[in-house]
Design a protein around this ligand. Structure first.
Ligand SMILES: *[C@@H]1O[C@H](CO)[C@@H](O)[C@H](O)[C@H]1NC(C)=O
Ligand SMILES: *[C@@H]1O[C@H](CO)[C@@H](O)[C@H](O)[C@H]1NC(C)=O
Ligand SMILES: *[C@@H]1O[C@H](CO)[C@@H](O)[C@H](O)[C@H]1NC(C)=O
Ligand SMILES: *[C@@H]1O[C@H](CO)[C@@H](O)[C@H](O)[C@H]1NC(C)=O
Ligand SMILES: *[C@@H]1O[C@H](CO)[C@@H](O)[C@H](O)[C@H]1NC(C)=O
Ligand SMILES: *[C@@H]1O[C@H](CO)[C@@H](O)[C@H](O)[C@H]1NC(C)=O
Length: 332
């Protein structure tokens, strides 16, 4: 009784005097986060990162519920004028328990993809998107064996796609779209173990599709708005389970009548290429086709009747060499 009466106020006083005692946040992680804030010159966006409070409670910081180590850091602008600017600081590499790192919608974030990110061996998702981060897609990303989602879309990245990325055994999604990348798709991409979705659209990628990609069975492939040429038929095949393919606005040139499409297709966009031949009858067997566009190519002959092919409008077929039949005018 007497002990309690003394102990309770004593504990209360201790908690007031020393908030650190009640904090879950790992002191080393906290030190690193404060360094990141300092390196960004104390931006308004990180105002909640107050050294006197538990860093596991800070805005956009998440800690593991058991170990209390920082496992997720998401820095994104929720308001238009976050004054966060500068490079991604080297100190981000000193949060060894990070599984998720995200920089999103920060137009004043510049400089390269920070090399110390290579140290974050536990990363499962890395997002740097809608920023002005520039330089190459670094080859060191291939060291992050646990990566499932790599999203570097909507930045100012340039150079070629590193062939080593195929070494990521767990990759489910690779987004490099909306950058300034050049060069071909690496032939090594046929050796991906996990068949990641590939989003490479809106770059200046060029060359032909490597034949090794016959071994790749991605769910989604978006190569639109690049400078690819030649034959893209290896992306298809009767044994694949691919669902969504967008090859629009390139210079692909191949005989469409020779392509065997997987029955799993849901959406196929081939508009604005140099694709010739006729539309193969096999497409009438694709039961769940919901999107289809072969406009602005060099196709000829009668549109096969059946399946979903007549459910699309004329603008899915127009501007070809001599396509005819429903929904276009009849072939005479
Ligand atoms: C952002 O704004 C805060 C508060 O106005 C200021 O202290 C800080 O120096 C600014 N940071 C940058 C990078 O401009
Ligand atoms: C980026 O920086 C410029 C110049 O300092 C500033 O005018 C602009 O508001 C900043 N943008 C954001 C999103 O903070
Ligand atoms: C950053 O990107 C935006 C568009 O996302 C652009 O308007 C702006 O000029 C860029 N800023 C810098 C510093 O490159
Ligand atoms: C990668 O993930 C697996 C499964 O979640 C885990 O066992 C392993 O320790 C992780 N590797 C690293 C380097 O964290
Ligand atoms: C598809 O699979 C069938 C049956 O396993 C096989 O006979 C055929 O050669 C395969 N086709 C292609 C293009 O791989
Ligand atoms: C097909 O693509 C062309 C060219 O971009 C466009 O004009 C047309 O509306 C598209 N059709 C459909 C159904 O999306």
């Amino acid at each position: 009784m007497a002990t309690n009466m003394i102990m309770i106020p004593f504990c209360f006083l201790l908690m007031l005097l020393s908030p650190a005692l009640s904090q879950r946040c790992n002191p080393q992680d906290k030190k690193v986060l404060l360094q990141i804030k300092k390196d960004f010159n104390n931006p308004y966006l990180l105002a909640s990162w107050n050294p006197d409070t538990d860093c596991c409670d800070w805005y956009t910081v998440t800690c593991d519920t058991k170990t209390h180590r920082v496992n997720s850091l998401v820095i994104l602008s929720s308001v238009p004028n976050t004054n966060l600017s500068g490079h991604i600081p080297p100190s981000v590499g000193d949060l060894p328990y990070l599984e998720n790192l995200e920089f999103h919608k920060l137009s004043n974030l510049t400089g390269p993809v920070q090399p110390t990110i290579a140290k974050l061996a536990r990363l499962k998702t890395l997002t740097i998107s809608w920023t002005n981060v520039s330089g190459p897609v670094p080859a060191f990303l291939a060291q992050l064996k646990n990566l499932s989602f790599l999203d570097l879309s909507f930045n100012s990245l340039s150079g070629t796609i590193p062939p080593s990325l195929y070494q990521l055994p767990n990759l489910l999604s690779l987004r490099l779209d909306r950058n300034r990348l050049t060069g071909p798709i690496p032939a090594s991409f046929g050796s991906f173990r996990s068949n990641p979705d590939l989003y490479l659209s809106h770059n200046q990628l060029s060359g032909t599709i490597p034949t090794s990609l016959k071994n790749l069975n991605s769910n989604r492939i978006d190569l639109s708005r690049n400078k690819f040429e030649g034959d893209a038929s290896v992306l298809f095949g009767p044994n694949k389970t691919t669902q969504i393919v967008d090859l629009s606005r390139n210079s692909f040139a191949f005989d469409l009548s020779k392509v065997q499409f997987p029955r799993s297709l849901i959406s196929l966009d081939l508009n604005h290429n140099k694709i010739y031949g006729s539309i193969p009858a096999g497409l009438t067997a694709v039961d769940f086709l919901q999107g289809f566009n072969v406009s602005y190519n060099r196709l000829c002959g009668q549109i096969p009747v059946g399946g979903r092919l007549q459910s699309f409008g004329a603008d899915s077929y127009f501007h070809n060499k001599c396509l005819c039949g429903s929904p276009l005018p009849s072939c005479n």
